[in-house]
Design a binder for this molecule. Structure first.
Ligand code: NAP
Ligand code: GDD
Length: 346
């Protein structure tokens, strides 16, 4: 039985990856950090599974990282742990660098200094945010990076330290450069989930207005379920390598809103430009407004990836299309809210 460690198991990707690896008959060791409130909601459904283990740990704490690796002796390590919110990284840059950049280094150092250096395969969760102010369209493994936030700069460090440990110490260390991927388990402050939740609440009369930032930003949005499969495939190759994982199409935040509204049968009428853009429902109520609060000091305007290398080497391509993704997110939020709301009313 193969053993895997997932740093960041309580996050969106960590939980889907744990589901995926358990189905592949792995013994899965998830690392969760200490929190004063419950942070295991996304893995509660596998909590009691025979081959699933949860350990306390934190990527800012090198001795625990080292102890866990020496204790578990994994075949594969997935480093998904991060302060992963781009806007928040401008507010807490040092903490972001500590988790995102140094967190990766701590895990790599623990692998290097253990006697399992030749056995362990390491996956680093890289990001399309590293392309930032894009130097080429579409972005590939060869496109130069131009990071635009403390988060993205930290991911660039993590990317290169992974390559450095591969070359210097022959560790099987790989980077996935993943474009945005979403799901019903997406954190509620990322734009897609913020939209699916808010419009569902507006439809049910539980919220009046949605406040957003830059409506024109474009992202290459895929489904997290497809993307965790790519993470695993990257570690199953004969040689360690780096891969862009993307859908090859992008859409604006405004398009995401329009499609979500369509699935909820809300008819939107847009008015105004830039920060003054507003959207009204069929009754003439203003239900969407822009706020400077959600703009970033330096924005990434557009991202679009090419996954030709992943298709060729990993035989990977995304199965879930943009329309299906939006529909699944909106349906999930609407149905859950409706269930809870009706329960409360009773
Ligand atoms: P997420 O939902 O924010 O999950 C991040 C995970 O890291 C959570 O389990 C979080 O724990 C944990 N974490 C945060 N700080 C930690 C620390 N100091 N020590 C240990 N664990 C810590 O992110 P995601 O969307 O699943 O993304 C997974 C990874 O892929 C991240 O590294 C992200 O930067 C990267 N990535 C994501 C995307 C995307 O579109 N989703 C694209 C490219 C790259 P809590 O649950 O306690 O907060
Ligand atoms: N969060 C948020 N909230 N974003 C908004 C809003 C809003 O109200 N309004 C507009 N946006 C715009 C952002 O300015 C950005 O251009 C875009 O929507 C997407 O924002 P997020 O959903 O926060 O994701 P992200 O692209 O910044 O970062 C995500 O994807 C990266 C991969 O490219 C995160 O998951 C990162 O961890 C990941 O690396």
């Amino acid at each position: 039985m193969k053993k895997a460690i997932i740093f960041g198991v309580t996050g969106q990707d960590g939980s889907y990856l744990a589901d995926f690896l358990l189905k592949k008959k792995y013994s899965v060791h998830g690392i969760k950090r200490k929190s004063s409130s419950f942070n295991t909601e996304r893995v509660n459904h596998i909590f009691e599974k025979k081959n699933f283990y949860l350990h306390y740990g934190d990527v800012t704490d090198s001795s625990t990282v080292q102890n866990l690796i020496n204790l578990i002796k994994p075949d594969e390590i997935y480093n998904l742990a991060a302060q992963s919110h781009v806007a928040v990284s401008f507010k807490i840059p040092e903490y972001t660098a500590n988790t995102v950049a140094l967190g990766s280094l701590r895990i790599l150092e623990a692998i290097r200094s253990s006697n399992l250096r030749k056995k362990i395969k390491f996956y680093q969760a890289g990001s399309s945010e590293m392309f930032g102010k894009v130097q080429q369209i579409p972005q590939t493994e060869k496109t130069p990076f131009y990071p635009r936030s403390p988060y993205a700069v930290s991911k660039v460090f993590a990317h290169w330290i992974t390559i450095n440990y591969r070359e210097a110490y022959k560790i099987f260390a790989c980077n996935g450069i993943l474009f945005n991927h979403e799901s019903p388990r997406r954190g509620e402050t990322f734009v897609t989930r913020k939209i699916s939740l808010a419009l569902s609440k507006i439809k049910l009369g539980l919220q009046r207005k949605l406040l957003v930032g830059n409506l024109n930003a474009k992202r290459d949005w895929g489904h997290a379920k497809d993307y965790v499969e790519a993470q695993w495939l990257i570690l199953q190759q004969k040689k360690p390598n780096d891969y862009v994982i993307s859908t090859g199409e992008n859409h604006s935040v405004k398009e995401f809103i329009d499609l979500s509204a369509k699935f909820l049968n809300i008819k939107l009428r847009w008015k105004g430009k830039g920060i003054k853009t507003k959207a009204y429902d069929q009754k003439g109520n203003c239900i969407i407004e822009c706020s400077k609060k959600y703009y970033r000091p330096t924005e990434v305007d557009t991202l679009l990836g090419s996954s030709l290398k992943a298709k060729k080497d990993l035989n990977w391509k995304p199965k879930i299309k943009f329309n299906q993704l939006v529909k699944e997110m909106v349906n999930s939020d609407y149905m859950n809210l409706k269930k809870n709301y009706v329960k409360k009313k009773r």
